[in-house]
Design a protein around this ligand. Structure first.
Ligand SMILES: Nc1ncnc2c1ncn2[C@@H]1O[C@H](COP(=O)(O)OP(=O)(O)O)[C@@H](O)[C@H]1O
Ligand SMILES: [Mg+2]
Length: 315
């Protein structure tokens, strides 16, 4: 649905986006994560045709986004990170304004708005003044208007920033709902845990570069390799434990072996099959293994490992 190839954006001599590649398949919820200043907004704005790329390509549903700008715009709904000020505009007038930009008649917009406002939990707010809405409601209104032309791809730039937990929860439910309706969603955040749970894929960006990108499950598997295996032995002589440690160290996939009174920790560069082999070796050597398990990696610790300290996200 969205393919980014070797995309670069310079502001003068400053490289904000540095040869990034990204692939978002139809129906995915793609989490675009990175600390402030990573280049997320710049990338999103380029995809929407609001900013010119310095080099590289963007394809939306197979169409070259830089060549067929209009065709591409009809496929994208964009919710920017900054909500403008709309003095004295009612919710329904706001919808009318954006609907008219897509050549819709007031009746058409009125009919569509009913469903869309309901979808974003704003049914009954048609006559309210936009400026009086809470931040969360404004964000949701912005989503409703981004959906007015029924786009296949939704690009949401930090839709959760500045929202309270209740409003975040609502936003998450709406996004899941839109996903189940078949929309492809790209959503950015500088806070990973916010996205980890609902995304099917993520891309982690830092200082203009895409550091990791892919399916959450695959990235988790990779990160698992850096998680230690913990081995518990039944209480016994230290000789037995030393024998076990020696055996583990002999395995070429064991990177670092440490132990305490109760447990042995192994940084192990193998997957499940290799771990099973290690366990079998211990047991076959009559070593009294009482527990053997690998700690689960989580995306957040992976994120913290990947990004450099100076690029840590601000909370
Ligand atoms: N119009 C601009 N002119 C110069 N530098 C810019 C401009 N817009 C963004 N930048 C810089 O580009 C980098 C990436 O910004 P941005 O895409 O907004 O990152 P993010 O959305 O990940 O926080 C930042 O260092 C920012 O200061
Ligand atoms: Mg941004």
């Amino acid at each position: 649905m969205l393919v980014i190839r070797d995309l670069t954006k310079k502001y003068g001599s400053f490289v904000a986006v540095n040869h990034i590649n990204m692939h978002v398949r139809k129906g995915e919820i793609f989490g675009f994560v990175g600390p402030n200043g990573a280049g997320k907004t710049t990338t999103m704005r380029i995809c929407c045709g609001l900013l010119k790329a310095t080099a590289g390509k963007v394809y939306i549903d197979g169409t070259d986004a830089f060549r067929a700008r209009q065709a591409v715009k009809s496929k994208i709904g964009y919710v920017p990170d900054f909500f403008g000020v709309y003095d004295n505009l009612k919710v329904i007038e706001y919808m009318q304004f954006f609907g008219s930009m897509y050549g819709m008649s007031p009746q058409q917009v009125a009919e569509l708005s009913q469903g869309l406002l309901k979808l974003v939990n704003l049914a009954g707010w048609e006559e309210a003044l936009v400026d009086r809405l809470s931040r969360g409601m404004k964000q949701r209104l912005c989503m409703a208007r981004a959906l007015i032309h029924n786009p296949q791809l939704l690009i949401l730039d930090e839709p959760n920033s500045g929202l309270d937990p209740r409003a975040r929860f609502e936003m998450k439910e709406i996004i899941k709902n839109l996903s189940s309706m078949g929309k492809t969603i790209v959503i950015s955040s500088h806070i990973l845990p916010e996205l980890a749970e609902m995304c099917t894929s993520i891309g982690i960006m830092e200082r203009g570069r895409m550091i990791v990108s892919g399916k959450v499950d695959d990235i988790m598997k990779q990160s698992q390799f850096t998680q230690p295996i913990r081995i518990k032995m039944t209480a016994g002589s230290s000789e037995v434990k030393e024998q076990a440690v020696r055996l583990i160290r002999e395995n070429p996939l064991s990177e670092k072996v440490t132990f305490t009174e109760e447990e042995i920790f192994v940084i192990f560069r193998g997957g499940d099959n290799e771990a099973a082999y290690l366990l079998r070796q211990l047991v076959q050597n009559d070593l009294p293994v009482a527990g053997f398990y690998r700690e689960k990696g989580d995306l957040e610790s992976l994120f913290m490992k990947i990004i450099t300290p100076s690029g840590r996200p601000r909370q």
